[in-house]
Design a protein around this ligand. Sequence first.
Ligand SMILES: [Zn+2]
Length: 387
Amino acid sequence: MVEAQTRKVDRVGRIVIPKEIREALDFCDHKLEMEMLPNNKGIKLFKGKQGAKGGKSLDDFGRIVVPSEYREELKWDENKDISFKQADSFVVLNDNLRVCQFCGNDQHLIEIETNYLCELCLDSGNKKRSERLIAPIDKLIDDYVHRCNQSVSSHSLHQAKDLGENLKTVIESIYVPPSDNGFIESVKKANKQLEKMATQKMFKDAFHTMINQTENTQQAEIYHQMTQFADKKIKKQHDKLIEKIPKLINDDFLKDWKESKEDALASTISSIDLTKELKDEETVIQKAAENLEQIISDKDKNSLATIDAQKQLLNAEKSFVFTYNYLSEVNIDLKSYESQFNKYEKEIEDLKKEINEKFLVNEFKKRQKDLNGKKKHIKAAKKQLSK
Ligand SMILES: [Zn+2]
């Protein structure tokens, strides 16, 4: 933005357009057009469309003639001081300049430092910003609903669960939903079901892999029994999913989101410093990491308390990654968080693997008494699992 400058109207009604403005708006060698602003608030000067007929040109001294009818109406007599305010694609000439920097409007102006912005432009800017913040969430919800509908078939289960966690994190990072928000509650409940199912599937797949990796037939038989236990549970969970998911993730859910969205747009969304959310999440991660370290030093690294602490750390790191991805999608500069992001992304994969392995050992211990086989084979199978 060029600072306001003034030039005088000369005897024949010419005004010098300041050099910086001529250059910035590429006025030289172009036909220019003039327009009176409403309520005699000045003249808007801009480059005419390519090939357009008529228009005015600057003379060799950068001057332009203001038509006499404009001058009469504006009372721009000889020696009148005229100031210039340059916007993106035009300059406004006025003797007392107060126009919106974007549209040239002179009504409902809000002074921002030395410039003016009209409420219309401010509103449309805010609206655009809100839309930009909401668009990725709308997309997440579409994906989530779609994956939930498919979750009864195995391939969508993990995606649905991940999308649900992602959704909850992102929504809570842009606004604080009321505690009775049906929409977040539905995501939580649906995810609980999805997680139960995902865990059993993980058991089945993992024990199946063990069968293939075991040369000892009796030991393989033990793992085979474990896959059968998982299978039974999967069937049960499957029935529950079919029953519960449509009750949670449905048209009411979308209606709840629509309401939440309006709340979010109307209230806090524009005033939140969004990168602060990442800083907060980093603090949560640090605390979870310290807690885990403490627990590992007190207890067995395979204990349930350790697994719980690891899960907490995993969830905190996931929240950071979800928020980071979301913020980068809405074009917020995250350079200073990039290295943490990469670090957490890697740690998440390692943690997931480690937690799953411990889950597997615990599940084996839990089922041990129900297994058919010789003690030594069961023991060997358990030992191989802990490796
Ligand atoms: Zn405006």
